[in-house]
Write a protein that binds this ligand. Structure first.
Ligand SMILES: [Zn+2]
Length: 150
């Protein structure tokens, strides 16, 4: 059976636990053989890494790695490809706009003169009839006209 608390061993060894977590995990370690074994393994592994010799990287190693990385990226994408893609995007956009304008002209052809006449007549107030006497609107207008005269 796998104990889910074995994940906590690394945090325990790095001293990243709160006091309450730490004491409860230490109590768990007393009872759980799996966590105890994993803790022992992790400790010996860390000790082996701590004892290992450290080697200095050769002079200019980082600069050579970065230069090779840049060369590989340049080979992967030549400079003219992004520019070509830009031109293609602009061309498609212009084509869509032109087709839209032409389609709009074709669809509204011949109708536009009639429409302007309708719009002009609808904007004038000639459409409204006088308010019939005795109606609510007529009473309101009569009241406002009286108050305006004073
Ligand atoms: Zn456990």
């Amino acid at each position: 059976m796998n104990c889910p608390k074995t994940k906590l061993i690394s945090a325990y060894l790095d001293n990243e636990m709160r006091l309450r977590e730490k004491t409860s995990f230490e109590a768990h370690l007393q009872d759980c053989a799996q966590c105890g074994a994993a803790l022992g393994e992790m400790r010996s592994l860390r000790a082996a890494f701590a004892d290992a010799d450290r080697h200095q990287a050769p002079y200019g190693f980082a600069a050579r790695v970065m230069a090779q990385t840049e060369a590989l990226e340049r080979k992967k994408s030549p400079w003219f490809v992004p520019l070509f893609i830009r031109f293609a995007e602009v061309a498609v956009l212009l084509l869509v706009i032109t087709v839209g304008i032409l389609a709009g002209k074709v669809m509204t052809n011949g109708r536009s003169t009639v429409n302007t006449e309708n719009i002009a007549s609808s904007l004038s107030l000639d459409l409204f009839d006088a308010t019939p006497p005795g109606s609510l609107g007529g009473a309101y207008l009569a009241m406002t006209e009286v108050s305006n005269e004073k």
